[in-house]
Design a protein around this ligand. Structure first.
Ligand code: PBG
Length: 347
């Protein structure tokens, strides 16, 4: 039905406005600024580029490339495959990589001491990357869960995750990564005081140039499920709610931010990303530090599954999800879609 039809069909003030009545007297017509692609670009507020992405990589000690069932398109990589992956991603414009090791069950322990073995998988991987690609930024996850026989991020005593003893081990882990050549260490454990302790340990050993990307607001989220499949690192008992944050809370994120900032974090992170855009925005508003956000395994798996069913357009949905994370205030995004998104953006 056209405007003219409706004008003659009914007497309602709205519908009665026919062509002859002239245009609505609107002071503002926001659609004028959306008239064409050029004008839309004049005032596009947010942009995405490959330089905004950090690619998480799962590594293992074997020689093969193992698919991860709940994360189609992501594999556990041998160190050779990791090198090949980085070479390809670097060529696509990705400058940063964060490493997650799958540790053999027999190497796991209560205190996760393999996490600071200088001959371990992560130090080997770092050294290989820095030797071949000195400009690549290598980030490492600092937490005990891949190494813990309990599947927790800290040491478990009498069913509790003990803070201060864990922090000492995390310092050794961070130092081990720094010695191997890591550019930034990223503590994801959520123990109290770990940023300050790690900063102090790094500085005391001459690693004043090694940065700390703090997982500042890391929530006790169900969206980490596929990641724990990838590393076989799910908690053997209980959950992570005594250290990771309650998804109900936003103010608490600002308290963590204040602590991490005071303790010397170089960058702060919110995780997960998509369901926590308000937290990203709040953190952005309260810090001048670079803000990172982690589009986690469950966010990836959801998009993948819907697209595999033909229910969503993968390219458009992925780029929109990443743009939204940037719009909320993130500078840099950790995403399993980094390579794919970089390719799409360069098309
Ligand atoms: C480990 C860690 C986790 C993730 C990053 N580092 C899992 C967890 O805390 O249980 C999750 C990342 C993802 O789901 O993609 N401390």
């Amino acid at each position: 039905m056209t405007d003219t039809d409706s004008a003659s069909a009914t007497a309602s003030p709205c519908a009665a406005r026919g062509a002859s009545a002239g245009p609505l007297a609107l002071a503002s017509r926001p659609r004028r600024n959306r008239n064409n692609a050029v004008i839309r670009q004049f005032h596009s507020e947010t942009w995405l580029g490959p330089q905004h992405f950090i690619l998480p990589l799962f590594i293992h000690a074997g020689a093969d490339r193992q698919p991860i069932a709940s994360m189609p398109g992501c594999d556990r990589l041998s160190l050779d495959a990791m090198e090949a992956e980085i070479a390809a991603a670097w060529a696509e414009g990705i400058g940063g990589f964060i490493l997650f090791p799958k540790i053999d069950e027999h190497l796991k322990s209560v205190d996760g001491h393999q996490c600071h073995n200088p001959a371990g998988l992560v130090p080997q991987a770092i050294a290989r990357i820095k030797r071949r690609f000195p400009q690549v930024q290598v980030l490492t996850d600092v937490a005990l869960d891949p190494y813990s026989s309990d599947g927790h991020d800290g040491v478990v005593r009498d069913g509790r995750i003990v803070n201060d003893e864990t922090v000492e081990i995390l310092c050794q882990q961070a130092l081990c990564h720094a010695r191997a050549g890591a550019d930034l260490v990223a503590p994801s454990d959520m123990m109290d005081g770990r940023i300050g302790a790690i900063r102090k340990a790094l500085d005391a050993h001459g690693f004043t140039d090694v940065g700390i990307l703090a997982y500042t607001a890391k929530y006790a989220s169900a969206f980490y499920g596929p990641f724990r499949d990838a590393l076989d690192s799910a908690p053997k008992f209980g959950d992570k709610k005594t250290y990771q944050m309650d998804p109900a809370n936003r103010r608490e994120a600002l308290r963590e931010l204040a602590a991490d900032q005071a303790e010397g974090a170089d960058m702060v992170m919110v995780k997960p990303a998509g369901p926590y855009l308000d937290v990203i925005a709040a953190v952005r508003a309260h810090t001048t530090l670079p803000v990172a956000a982690y589009q986690v395994s469950g966010e990836y798996a959801m998009i993948k599954a819907a697209c595999a069913n033909g229910w969503l357009d993968e390219r458009r949905v992925v780029l929109e999800s990443l743009l939204a994370i940037r719009r909320a205030g993130a500078d840099v995004i950790l995403t399993y879609y980094a390579r794919q998104a970089a390719r799409w953006l360069c098309e």
